[in-house]
Design a protein around this ligand. Structure first.
Ligand code: HEC
Length: 105
């Protein structure tokens, strides 16, 4: 929903928004291969919650997917009984588990 427009349905970097991008999105199935076989989950978490900047993902204050994965997105949770940080952390971990599972050997 938030990633395929650029990364493509198959995560290989050929989403419909590709022609509007200055940098081609990487093939997300090759993350581990490009990292000596280990999936760098901590880095990918940082890429999504904004601690590691990727220009095409927007700025830390205004990520392209809005505040869905932003810790401290208080407005999003106004009146909610949930622990905001735990809730967002859960969302990010669920998201990162997907590219982790599709890595090529
Ligand atoms: C507007 C287009 C766009 C959207 C939407 C987008 N990405 Fe990206 N993404 C890119 C581009 C372009 C790069 C490569 C940037 C570079 O190499 O400088 C990238 C890089 C990445 C990387 C590799 C970072 C690294 O350091 O190796 C990951 C992981 C990633 N994106 C995950 C996601 C996820 C998960 C989502 C959805 C929540 C998402 N992206 C949404 C365009 C996008």
């Amino acid at each position: 929903m938030h990633c395929a427009i650029c990364h493509g349905m198959d995560t290989k970097g050929n989403g419909p928004y590709l022609s509007s991008l200055k940098v081609t999105p990487p093939d997300l199935t090759l993350i581990a291969k490009d990292n000596a076989g280990a999936f760098p989950a901590d880095h990918i978490i940082d890429v999504i919650d904004g601690r590691a900047q990727v220009t095409s993902h927007g700025s830390r204050d205004m990520p392209i997917w809005g505040d869905r994965y932003a810790i401290g997105a208080a407005e999003h949770f106004a009146g909610s009984p949930y622990d905001q940080e735990a809730y967002i952390r859960g969302r990010v971990l669920i998201l990162v588990d997907y590219p982790r599972r599709i890595q090529q050997k």
